[in-house]
Design a protein around this ligand. Structure first.
Ligand SMILES: C[S@@+](CC[C@H](N)C(=O)[O-])C[C@H]1O[C@@H](n2cnc3c(N)ncnc32)[C@H](O)[C@@H]1O
Length: 216
């Protein structure tokens, strides 16, 4: 999908540059052919670079889809990954991909609703807190995800949230009937984060928008 707030030529130029270094071409092709939403190539390269730099040990991912970003993050960091995907059919493909590429069994995937999994994790004991979290699921629940993730992450953890600008709609005043609720929820979420002293925050115009947070 072409981002609607970046000039199309610029978008294609960046995607072409970013595609050069793709390691999981078959997953990207599968996603494209089957209309599975996965991170764009520019976000993928950004994620790799970020993780190679900060080298987290324990990653939490909300929204695995077919495992593309999980595998990408694992290979870039060497970390253990806990990832949550609620859709059953997508989860079956994810398991096949992990079987094929995660030979060291570093990625643990759970087929369930993220909110209920995160709630039970916050109510129970976890072995080690997460030092990196990637949120890439239902946009209307970002606020709830972040509040739950807060208790599961260590001091100074980095939290990255995808599609935060939602095709640029959140930055515009026009009424969009089709996506009214998502836009309203995202706008409120961004406003809340803006004044939330628990985080250092940066809003990035990479592809569909990334929100990069550091837990203080
Ligand atoms: C954009 S895709 C994730 C793409 C993946 N991170 C990647 O780049 O390879 C979002 C996924 O979140 C899942 N999802 C949506 N709401 C969810 C929820 N409440 N709990 C768990 N998964 C959810 C969807 O089924 C979908 O597969």
């Amino acid at each position: 999908m072409i981002s609607q707030f970046i000039d199309e030529d610029v978008f294609c130029y960046v995607e072409e540059f970013s595609s050069e270094r793709e390691k999981f071409r078959d997953l990207v092709d599968y996603a494209e052919a089957n209309r599975v939403p996965i991170v764009s190539q520019d976000v993928a390269r950004f994620l790799e670079l970020l993780l190679k730099t900060i080298k987290p040990k324990n990653i939490l991912e909300i929204g695995s889809a077919i495992g593309y970003s999980s595998l990408l993050m694992q290979k870039a960091s060497g970390a253990n990954i806990f990832t949550i995907e609620k859709d059953e059919d997508t989860f079956k493909i994810l398991e096949e991909n992990l079987e094929k590429y995660d030979s060291e069994n570093k990625i643990k995937a759970v087929n369930d609703d993220a909110i209920s999994v995160l709630r039970s994790m916050t109510n129970g004991e976890i072995e080690e807190k997460f030092d990196f979290c990637f949120i890439d699921a239902n946009k209307s629940q970002y606020e709830e995800y972040l509040n739950l993730v807060y208790d599961l992450t260590s001091e100074n953890a980095i939290i990255l949230i995808d599609n935060i600008l939602f095709r640029g709609y959140v930055a515009k005043d026009e009424d969009n009937k089709r996506y009214r609720t998502i836009i309203k929820n995202l706008k409120k979420f961004i406003e809340d984060v803006k004044s939330d002293k628990r985080f250092t925050a940066s809003l990035l115009t990479v592809h569909d928008g990334l929100l990069l947070l550091r837990k203080e």
